[in-house]
Design a protein around this ligand. Structure first.
Ligand code: PBG
Length: 327
């Protein structure tokens, strides 16, 4: 055959394949989600997320140590309180679970970078991401609580806040509140393009945050929509978001690619609990090769355009990067 173009020429050896690789992955771009709960001496495995644990504050440093040994330097903290109420007051309590965890963790591991998830659903008795008026989540009344929550996280030591509630105007409200209180330099990573997704199922088990009635479709996005995702991303940037997150990751990489092309901010994707659980379950059955799937899923997110990747597999991925199996 008289072929001029032979793409296979560049696939002939591992050295050459690595040389022409278009996507590189660095450990510094990984964020590990961590669940902290009330209590003492607790490290309990989450049933629907094998290999992931809820830690009491006293046990958190052990996990942070394991994490920093793998070279992962950023975490996203989620709190699991003991008491919930109608207005989620545990979210912004001075001695709330995330606030306590931050103070302790910062003391022991000051070099770790602490991002906090800012939302009400783990703290409200009804499990919705804001305050209710009847059966509806009240947008504007929720903004004040989210701002208070973000501020209390920053005052307890959070390096960055990540609102995940999907109320309109929350980035502006949080930015104004942080600025007014002297935290002009604290970045906001907005869960901007966040879909109402069944992929969050295992997380809601982990955090006990499933809504007591109804669903989250009046605030999280309809997964049939792409242009609306752009609207959310652009609105949040206008409001002051420094980083835009797309969530979930795997089934939403079209959005990563779109937002990457249309904006100039760093893009993050969150490979959520359901993605993790599916891989774990299939691997346990011996139906897929877990390590290879984890590498492939991660690389596809970076290929689509993320600079930041949140994953429950962060520690494993760091190991694969060390071994030269990915990136
Ligand atoms: C809080 C929040 C959720 C997740 C991250 N922040 C749950 C939800 O929106 O229902 C999901 C993360 C995961 O599934 O791993 N609102």
């Amino acid at each position: 055959m008289d072929l001029i173009q032979r793409p296979r020429r560049l696939r002939g050896s591992e050295t050459l394949r690595k040389m022409v690789r278009e996507t590189r992955i660095d450990k510094s771009s990984l964020i590990y989600p961590l669940f902290v709960r009330e209590g003492n001496n607790i490290e309990e495995e989450i049933p629907s997320m094998e290999g992931q644990f809820r830690y009491s504050v006293d046990r958190l440093p052990y996990e942070l140590e394991r994490l920093s040994k793998t070279g992962v330097s950023s975490v996203m903290l989620f709190g699991i309180p003991d008491h919930k109420d109608e207005v989620g007051s545990g979210a912004y309590a001075e001695n709330g679970i995330v606030q306590k965890a931050l103070r302790e963790a910062k003391k022991q591991f000051p070099d770790m970078y602490y991002i906090t998830d800012v939302c009400m659903c783990e703290y409200t008795s009804h499990g919705h991401c804001g305050v209710l008026c009847g059966h509806e989540v009240e947008n504007d009344a929720t903004l004040e609580l989210l701002s208070k929550t973000a501020l209390s996280h920053v005052e307890a030591g959070a390096d960055m806040v990540a609102p995940s509630d999907m109320m309109d105007g929350r980035v502006r409200a949080i930015r104004q509140c942080l600025d007014k209180n002297g935290h002009k330099e604290t970045p906001i990573m907005s869960y901007a393009v966040k879909y109402a997704s069944a992929f969050y199922g295992p997380f809601r088990d982990a955090a006990g945050s499933a809504p007591a009635f109804g669903d989250r479709k009046s605030y999280q996005m309809d997964y049939h929509n792409r242009r609306e995702g752009m609207k959310e991303a652009l609105t949040d940037i206008e409001e002051g978001a420094d980083i835009i997150m797309i969530k979930p990751a795997m089934s939403y990489l079209d959005m990563v690619s779109e937002v990457h092309k249309a904006t100039n901010v760093p893009i993050a994707a969150y490979s959520v609990s359901g993605e993790y659980a599916m891989v774990k379950a299939a691997a346990k059955m011996g139906w897929i090769e877990e390590d290879k799937i984890v590498c492939e899923m991660a690389a596809s997110a970076y290929r689509a355009g993320v600079q930041i990747y949140l994953t429950y597999y962060a520690k494993e991925l760091a190991g694969f990067i060390d071994e030269g199996r990915i990136g």
